[in-house]
Design a protein around this ligand. Structure first.
Ligand SMILES: N[C@@H](CCC(=O)N[C@@H](CS)C(=O)NCC(=O)O)C(=O)O
Length: 207
């Protein structure tokens, strides 16, 4: 029997959502381990054995414990044969996209964190401007493309979608970015798709 996939996450975490979304879209069961971030469970010595950064998500699979959602998605694509690159050139393009998206759209996540979790409101003017710049570039790229890389859903799409799904919590209107909206709707129509707050329970579970 192959080892189970075990995801450590929190329902509010967009990086953790990416991994749960991968499993749902791929139709692969996983074991879910809830971490209470407010209580600081992610900083416990036991947890830091599997995640040196003290954050979620972590994927445990056999002898591996992997952090960073982009790395986890790349690993899962390799392990399952789903949503990854089909040859070396595609794998490299996907790695580029993951890195670019993480740079350019991170202000979207940060703007949500400030608004939802009462962060430093002084940061908002800069974050809102940076989020708008990133989304404008992303929207321009998606004109004429069904998915981020070619016409096929990949881990790059799964990486980006959680930020877009909760744009309203970032203080941004999805309709202001029509190509992004059309792309997101295409993914939302996929079998297995669920929005963030339905993807992960607030307790350990078999999913
Ligand atoms: N770059 C990381 C970001 C992970 C991250 O920011 N995790 C947050 C939740 S969204 C976290 O665990 N925060 C708790 C902490 O830093 O103590 C990834 O993509 O996995």
């Amino acid at each position: 029997m192959t080892a189970p996939f075990i995801l450590y996450g929190n329902v509010n975490s967009q990086p953790a959502t990416r991994i749960a979304l991968f499993f749902r879209l791929a139709g692969i069961p996983f074991q879910y381990r809830h971490l209470d971030l407010r209580a600081g469970q992610q900083k416990s010595p036991e947890y830091q054995v599997i995640n040196r950064f003290g954050r979620v998500p972590t994927l445990v699979h056999g002898d591996h414990s992997i952090s960073e959602s982009s790395v986890i998605l790349t690993y899962l694509a390799e392990q399952t044969g789903q949503f990854g690159g089909r040859d070396e050139a595609e794998k490299l393009r996907l790695a580029e996209w993951l890195s670019w998206l993480a740079d350019v759209l991170l202000p979207v996540q940060r703007a949500r964190a400030v608004r939802k979790f009462n962060g430093d409101a002084n940061a908002l003017p800069w974050l809102d401007g940076a989020a708008a710049s990133g989304l404008t570039l992303f929207d321009q790229h998606l004109a004429g493309h069904s998915y981020i890389q070619s016409e096929r859903l990949t881990i790059a799409d799964i990486f980006a979608l959680p930020w877009i799904d909760l744009l309203s919590e970032s203080g941004i209107e999805e309709k202001d970015y029509p190509n992004v909206k059309a792309w997101a709707d295409r993914i939302r129509a996929q079998p297995g798709y669920k929005p963030q707050y339905e993807l992960m329970p607030q307790a350990d579970a078999e999913c």
